[in-house]
Design a protein around this ligand. Structure first.
Ligand code: MLT
Length: 259
């Protein structure tokens, strides 16, 4: 499937894959900053935002293949730095496993290599069924918004929280249900970490309730030469909560790669 995306700037290609329950707008600050000297491509995954809907379970391999097809359709010939936040990171791992020749660098933000525990997978199925039964994204918004931000963001930047909530409320409940079912069956990528040979930047939030810093650091330890940055006072959505700091780390990483 060819995805809707932001495609800005010229230069070495950077692909940014959004998390759940978000869309490509979560990367607005990164697209703006990086497009000064890169071509930045940020897709909406299937069923999300402006991308087409489809039947079936949206497993991470299918999502990675969509990204690959989209890059083909945009005429991206060479390699790209591939980045993803949380679910976007799971998709980036699949992209690396399936289309590795296309990857010159990885950026893993607030994500993990492990798969779901049986309890987590069951929780996703329950939530997916609720979304379908109510034909509403409210259950996801209620379950997730309180976990996505650091206490400091809730206290000092409520407008950011509100903007994410509003975007989430516009998503398609059927697409979110299909995505949740796909996330529940994603493979455990821990065994792949030791074979990653491309430069890798890992970013976490010191106050991330979804993926705690210990898990981020364990993943970083598994990837040879990975650079890890834990951002103080940021939660699960570092590119939104700490956009300037994330942009600084991304720019430094990319300029070292481009040098
Ligand atoms: C995300 O932010 O993409 C989700 O929290 C990922 C997940 O539920 O595992």
């Amino acid at each position: 499937m060819i995805l809707a995306c932001d495609d800005r700037g010229t230069g070495p290609v950077v692909v940014l894959i959004h998390g759940f329950p978000l869309d490509r707008s979560m990367w607005a600050a990164q697209v703006e900053a990086l497009a000064r000297d890169h071509r930045v491509i940020a897709p909406d995954l299937r069923g999300i935002g402006d991308s087409p809907m489809a039947d079936g379970v949206f497993d991470v391999d299918t999502l990675a293949d969509d990204v690959n097809e989209t890059l083909d359709s945009l005429g991206v010939a060479g390699q790209a730095v591939v980045g993803g936040l949380s679910m976007g990171g799971y998709v980036a791992f699949s992209f690396l496993a399936r289309h590795g020749a296309r990857v010159r660098g990885l950026v893993l933000l607030n994500t993990r290599a492990g798969g779901d525990s049986p309890a987590a997978a069951e929780g996703r199925e329950k939530l997916a069924a609720e979304l379908e039964a109510k034909d509403s994204v409210e259950p996801v918004v209620q379950a997730m918004i309180p976990k996505l931000f650091a206490p400091k963001t809730f206290a000092e930047l409520p407008e950011l929280v509100e903007a994410v909530r509003e975007r989430a409320l516009r998503l398609n409940p059927r697409a979110l249900a299909s995505t949740l079912r796909g996330l529940a069956i994603r493979p455990d990528r821990t065994g792949m970490l030791g074979s990653i040979r491309v430069p890798t930047l890992i970013i976490g939030g010191a106050d991330d309730q979804v993926i705690p810093r210990d898990e981020i650091c364990a993943m970083a330890n598994g990837i040879s030469g990975a650079e890890v940055r834990i951002i103080p006072d940021a939660g699960h959505l570092t590119p939104i909560e700490a956009s300037e700091t994330v942009n600084k780390h991304l720019s430094m990483f990319l300029s070292r790669m481009d040098a």
